[in-house]
Design a protein around this ligand. Structure first.
Ligand code: HAM
Length: 432
């Protein structure tokens, strides 16, 4: 049978066999974020398009080429291409700027960008991101970077390089833009059409154009780090000092400018070379002007986001351990209607105790039921027929060792099952 409609290009399904990889990332993300005092937020999947125009920036690739925008009853909405804009809108709209600062927020959510799909680059992808709002001190930058590093380490990832840079504030940026304009003016006729339009409006965006010709031209462009004002330079030096004090290795890469317009001062990326061209697993930085740009009082802030698909790809390629998926504790096989009635009570009781219990709901033969129990990797099976009901005893079979243990079907059943199960599972964990 041919499937008539396939999933859209650049999207992925996660089938039950693989979901534990996602659960591993999500569990560690929550644990690490909460250890640093971050609280989870949820934001809508779509926002008013203007939110992204004002924050991500009109001359960015994201806004110019990659947004999924719909017009609904004359309003324009966009599927979020990233989480920061929505998170900041949430903070402002819900009065969180009046709460004690800094606000520490994290999120795990899907994002949408109409990019050319390739390994590690999707049109729907997922981010674990966080934002710290309300501190202008470089110690906040160090704290956020150290959280990202701690998370990466907790996943067991190796050889992930941290690159940092400072892209200054509007004061240093003004002089830098002039220098960039002068530089690109010479090669103006070779720039792509999009970059030509960026030359006057926002020449820094030419630096992260994906076209080969523009990247070639950009390779000798002036560097923002040489144009930093005293305040930005001091901020950057202090951050480097804190990272050294925390024993976090980093390399200053003066070419990192990031693809979103809201950044000021510190920007950073964690990069792996193990998953091909799309090796940036984390990108972030400071955005001290964004809240003001969205109509609020000047409030410094910073954050980062990690691509969950890229994290999984890197973990797989490095052979990192994921949290083991659970398996069925007990498969109950009834023989006959009376046994089935008894099994319903037993299954309910064990599930109340927290066990994963299954029984036949298809009407299979006993042999087929055992085959099924084997397929789902059930830890124990127990067959219940008239004999067992009469004697009030049954055999609990450990499916990996074949060992059978008699168990009474009385009020001690749940207690006895726990003891046998714990002993069996403990033995298996030692043998592994
Ligand atoms: P970003 O660098 O655009 O930053 O994205 C963050 C991460 O999302 C990337 O490092 C990458 O791992 C993942 N990612 C981005 N695009 C794709 C894609 N098409 N397919 C798969 N993964 C992708 C931001 O989004 C900022 N909001 C981060 C931030 C938070 N800055 C401050 N706070």
């Amino acid at each position: 049978m041919a499937l008539l409609i396939q999933r859209p290009n650049g999207t992925e399904d996660v089938i039950p066999k693989n979901i534990y990889k996602w659960h591993t990332i999500e569990k560690v993300a929550r644990e690490v974020a909460e250890k640093y005092g971050f609280k989870e937020i949820r934001i809508p999947t779509f926002e008013n398009t203007n939110l992204f125009l004002r924050s991500v920036g009109e001359t960015t690739d994201v806004v110019q080429k990659e947004m999924y925008t719909v017009i609904a009853k004359e309003s324009k909405f966009t599927l979020r291409p990233e989480g920061t804009a929505g998170a900041v809108r949430l903070v402002m709209q819900n009065g969180l700027l009046n709460e004690p600062m800094p606000q520490r927020l994290y999120y795990i959510l899907p994002c949408f960008r109409h990019e050319r799909p390739q390994a590690g680059r999707l049109r729907e992808f997922h981010q674990f991101g966080l934002e710290m709002i309300g501190s202008k001190s470089p110690i906040a930058d160090a704290e956020v970077i150290s959280l990202a590093k701690n998370f990466i380490d907790r996943l067991g990832l190796k050889n992930i390089a941290l690159y940092i840079n400072s892209i200054g504030c509007p004061t240093c940026r003004a002089k830098y833009h002039e220098a960039l304009k002068d530089f690109f003016e010479k090669d103006k006729e070779n720039l792509c059409e999009t970059c030509l339009s960026r030359l006057d409006k926002n020449p820094m965006r030419i630096l992260d154009c994906k076209s080969t010709v523009c990247s070639e031209i950009s390779s000798n462009a002036p560097l923002i780090i040489d144009y930093l004002c005293e305040d930005c330079s001091d901020h950057f030096e202090k951050l480097k000092g804190y990272l050294n004090a925390m024993n976090i290795e980093f390399t200053v890469n003066p070419k990192i400018v990031r693809g979103l317009d809201y950044y000021t001062k510190t920007v950073f990326e964690f990069i792996t070379t193990d998953i091909g061209a799309q090796g940036t697993i984390c990108g972030g930085g400071r955005y001290d002007g964004l809240i003001e740009q969205l109509g609020g009082a000047t409030t410094p802030a910073l954050g980062f986001a990690m691509g969950i698909e890229r994290l999984i790809l890197t973990m797989e390629s490095q052979g990192c351990e994921f949290i083991e998926p659970k398996k069925c504790d007990l498969y109950l096989a009834p023989m006959g209607e009376n046994a089935l009635h008894r099994i319903l009570t037993i299954a309910h009781g064990l599930r109340e105790e927290g066990y994963w219990v299954e029984y036949d709901v298809v009407g299979r033969s006993l042999k087929a039921q055992m085959k099924y129990a084997d397929k789902i990797n059930a830890f124990f099976t127990m067959v219940l027929g008239d004999n067992e009901l009469d004697s009030n005893k049954a055999m609990l079979k450990n499916m990996s060792t074949g060992e059978q243990t008699e168990i009474t079907l009385d009020e001690n059943f749940y207690y006895n099952f726990s003891n046998i199960a714990i002993a069996g599972m403990f033995r298996e964990s030692l043998e592994l």
